[in-house]
Design a protein around this ligand. Structure first.
Ligand SMILES: Cc1cc2nc3c(=O)[nH]c(=O)nc-3n(C[C@H](O)[C@H](O)[C@H](O)COP(=O)(O)OP(=O)(O)OC[C@H]3O[C@@H](n4cnc5c(N)ncnc54)[C@H](O)[C@@H]3O)c2cc1C
Length: 304
């Protein structure tokens, strides 16, 4: 094996980089702070035949208990910066969306308000086509830069094939920068919108818990009768259901909470139990929204 580039560490625990706080270590881990270092790491990983996994804020991520065999990357430094060029805001892929929303409000720029409640990064939000309260990422996204071992290329939103919680970005393609085209507004009015959005969120969702937010996508299935995944789980008596140290939240049934030293296996078992109950009761097959990093064993009851 060739020597790892500067900044690449071996055997790095990943649980603390996720909001659910489960899972094992990455065989290799790095926090590149600028594009050249990132591309160099991607080339090294390609040369060594290593899988590459991106970790943003880890707010929709479940890491396998045996960890991730490959190079896990978390963007830092310039690749997590938030800068302004007129009405365009340039975010490093690792920039936190709530920070970008707050900063742009202070600059009197409107359009990123929806990001105040999404505890992820710009890169993770693009990959996941994140959305909240009708705010649409694609509406304000101007372009992204994607790093691969071949270098960096610029893509427009229409090239990303966005649909509900997905884009066409492939594993190992790194969103290193995202540009948002915003419009001018009154900073006080934008801040007031942020405050209202935060308040609405506080009322609807649990806070201060270890969770990755929505576990399952809202189904596009007429048997759901227009109900969200959370409403179906609730109707199937999943609220508060436990497996090991994991439970479906008492406040929001589509949120899994690590309340007492849960493992990823606990979370998967719980997800399988919820999915089975909803299927038995309504015939609806819930699909996970949460992304998995590393190998996991899906419980035997997962397949319906
Ligand atoms: C309390 C709570 C509330 C939430 N509310 C919402 C909500 O209202 N709306 C919503 O859409 N989501 C919500 N989420 C889910 C989550 O915040 C979003 O999916 C977010 O976009 C994930 O970003 P992240 O940086 O945390 O990505 P991660 O969770 O770290 O990763 C998610 C996926 O994106 C990939 N990825 C991360 N960074 C990059 C990058 N730079 N380049 C390429 N791929 C990358 C990862 O490899 C992984 O496949 C919520 C989560 C929590 C915990």
């Amino acid at each position: 094996m060739s020597a790892a580039p500067d900044g690449v560490q071996a055997d790095f625990p990943l649980a603390r980089l996720t909001t659910i706080r489960t899972g094992g270590a990455a065989t290799w881990f790095a926090r590149p702070g600028e594009e050249q270092a990132l591309v160099e790491m991607l080339r090294w990983a390609e040369g060594e035949n290593l899988a590459v996994g991106l970790i943003g804020s880890g707010s929709n991520l479940l890491v396998g208990d045996d960890g991730f065999q490959g190079l896990a990357i978390k963007l830092d430094g310039d690749l997590a910066a938030i800068e302004r060029e007129g009405e365009v805001v340039l975010c490093g892929g690792g920039a936190r969306l709530p920070s970008a929303a707050a900063k742009t409000a202070g600059w009197g720029l409107s359009g990123l308000e929806f990001g105040i409640n999404i505890p992820g990064t710009a890169g993770g939000a693009v990959r996941m086509n994140a959305n909240a309260y009708g705010g649409e990422l694609a509406r304000v996204l101007d372009w992204i830069e994607v790093c691969t071992p071949a270098g960096t290329d610029r893509r427009r939103p229409e090239q990303l094939d966005f649909s509900y919680r997905r884009s066409n970005l492939r594993p190992g393609e790194v969103v290193s920068r995202a540009a948002f085209r915003l419009c001018r507004g009154d900073p006080a009015a934008i801040r007031a919108t942020l405050a209202t959005m935060r308040e609405r969120r506080r009322e609807a969702q649990p806070s201060g818990i270890k969770t990755f937010g929505s576990t399952f996508k809202n189904p596009d299935d007429e048997r759901a009768g227009g109900r969200s995944a959370g409403q179906l789980l609730d109707a199937a008596a999943c609220r508060g259901l436990r497996q090991g140290g994991a439970r479906f939240s008492e406040v929001h049934a589509n949120f899994v909470e690590n309340f007492d030293g849960a493992t990823t296996a606990d979370v998967l078992e719980l997800m399988a139990a919820g999915r089975r109950r909803v299927h038995e009761q309504f015939g609806v097959e819930l699909e996970p929204e949460v992304q998995v990093l590393g190998a996991v064993e899906w419980p035997s009851g997962w397949e319906l």
